[in-house]
Design a protein around this ligand. Structure first.
Ligand code: ACO
Length: 429
């Protein structure tokens, strides 16, 4: 039995239950705090606040540990597949061989999108950012699939989840095809989830497309590394949107909007752009100096993390994958040399050591995606594709949680106190 926590406010003291997790820090249950004290707690950015209980993903940021349903991310990345990890996140355990076959088959049956959806793409400018397109078309799915939107029915929730996991590769590939002016390719379901995506992105109807198994495996690994990351900004957005009972497809569009930001999923694009801008190892000291300068808003993109104050375990796998892919494609990319040297210099610099700033998952992913042939603007869209499974798993968990409530934070009001309205003719100035 865990000792209650006593909180002293002014002259009064109240005891609050401390809830233990299976692993990780305990949390103080402050649900009655306002009723007891008439005060709110203040925590911008939720740095000390657990917004829910979850059994999906565990992170120990100080130790650099990331577990999905208890399994370490490096084991999953090295030994599993994105389909298997998707099943694991959604259902809680690794699938048996039959369960995996059935799950993969089910996902492959949902890969096509309604034909009418392709007309939505034509409304976008050719140079629209793929994340702008995805916000629109994923939200638009809510107007197509009315038979999977009763969120109180677990079966309908699962159908909506399967649809989202299956259709994201098609929608992301279509966003790419639209930007380069090539025809959309229909899915080909005898290919793997990831092979199918590569073909829809890089294939053309005029020629057969052969999936390179090394690129397919690397891409699958990248998807695994991005599949879920507990209550990050976009997942919390999906949960918050979903907490009102909103349409699942619309909730995912909200997650995509949040992921787009450069402090979150947009960092992979920003990291590669930064590495290209640095261009030469000789210029690294200049950029390190800028990152340390309080008066310069520049930050080393792909460095630092809200939770990891030690090496991001995903970055280690990503670095090794970058080497593999570049070797397979016989590419020598000076950007990789800049990345390695920048990492080396930053990890030995007192500023980065003191602030515990390490490379995050986005630092090396851009180098790999660039080598495979994705334009930089597509990077965050690929992140969204992979994170969709995390979003639907967390959304399902939230809706089946009996303690779930509509998300409704409070505030510290610092505006005007009450004042009387004055007609415009009486206002001075
Ligand atoms: N370069 C230089 N300094 C940095 C960096 C960086 N990349 N990241 C943090 N710092 C410094 C801050 O200036 C701050 O210094 P101060 O204490 O002197 O004010 C200190 O380190 C703490 O930084 P915060 O911004 O308070 O940390 P927070 O947890 O809020 O931010 C974040 C985390 C947003 C990821 C931040 O490290 C950052 O902007 N990194 C670059 C963007 C990036 O790579 N984002 C991807 C995150 S991973 C993902 O979403 C998949």
């Amino acid at each position: 039995m865990t000792e209650p926590t006593t909180i002293k406010t002014g002259s009064s003291e109240k005891a609050y239950t401390t809830l233990p997790g299976t692993v990780g820090p305990e949390v103080v249950d402050i649900r009655k705090f306002y009723a007891d004290t008439g005060m709110f707690t203040y925590d911008p950015g939720f740095t000390s606040t657990a917004s829910c209980q979850s059994a999906i993903t565990y992170i120990d940021g100080d130790a650099g540990i990331l577990l999905h349903r208890g399994y370490p991310i490096d084991q999953l990345a090295e030994q599993s597949s994105f389909m298997e990890v998707s099943y694991l996140l959604l259902h809680g355990d690794l699938p048996s061989a039959t369960e995996l076959k059935d799950f993969s088959w089910t996902i492959s049956r949902h890969t096509m999108v309604h034909e009418q959806l392709s007309t939505f793409y034509r409304g976008f400018r050719r140079d629209a950012h793929p994340m702008a397109i995805l916000c629109g078309v994923v939200g638009a799915l809510s107007s197509f699939y009315h038979d999977s939107t009763d969120i109180t029915d677990p079966k309908q929730r699962m159908i909506a989840s399967h649809r989202l996991i299956a259709k994201m590769p098609t929608l992301v590939a279509m966003a790419h095809k639209y930007s380069v002016g090539q025809p959309f390719l229909y899915p080909q379901n005898d290919l793997s989830y990831t092979g199918n995506f590569l073909r829809m992105t890089f294939g053309v109807p005029a020629e057969p497309y052969e999936v390179n198994p090394i690129i397919e495996a690397a891409m699958d690994k990248i998807f695994i590394l991005h599949a879920d990351h507990e209550q990050n900004a976009s997942t919390s957005t999906v949960r918050l949107a979903g907490s009102s009972g909103a349409n699942p497809f619309a909730c995912m569009a909200a997650g995509i909007a949040c992921l787009w930001g450069p402090a979150h999923g947009g960092a992979n694009e920003a990291a590669l752009n930064m590495l290209r801008e640095i261009g030469d190892v000789k210029r690294i000291p200049e950029y390190i100096a800028r990152a340390k300068d309080k008066n310069d808003p520049f930050r080393l993109m792909g460095f630092g993390h809200r939770v990891y104050k030690n090496f991001d375990p995903r970055a280690k796998v990503m670095k090794a994958t970058a080497d593999e892919v570049l070797k397979e494609l016989n590419i020598t990319d000076p950007v990789l040399d800049v990345a390695k040297e920048l990492e080396h210099i930053a990890l030995n610099d007192p500023y980065f050591i003191e602030k515990k700033l390490y490379p995050n998952v986005d630092f090396y992913s851009g180098v790999i995606l660039n080598a495979i042939g994705f334009p930089t603007e597509m990077f965050t869209a690929l992140f969204a594709l992979a994170r969709t499974v995390g979003w639907v798993a967390q959304w399902n968990e939230m809706i089946s949680d009996p303690e779930q409530k509509i998300g409704r934070p409070r505030q510290l009001y610092v505006g005007q106190t009450a004042r009387d309205y004055m007609p415009v003719s009486s206002r001075i100035g």
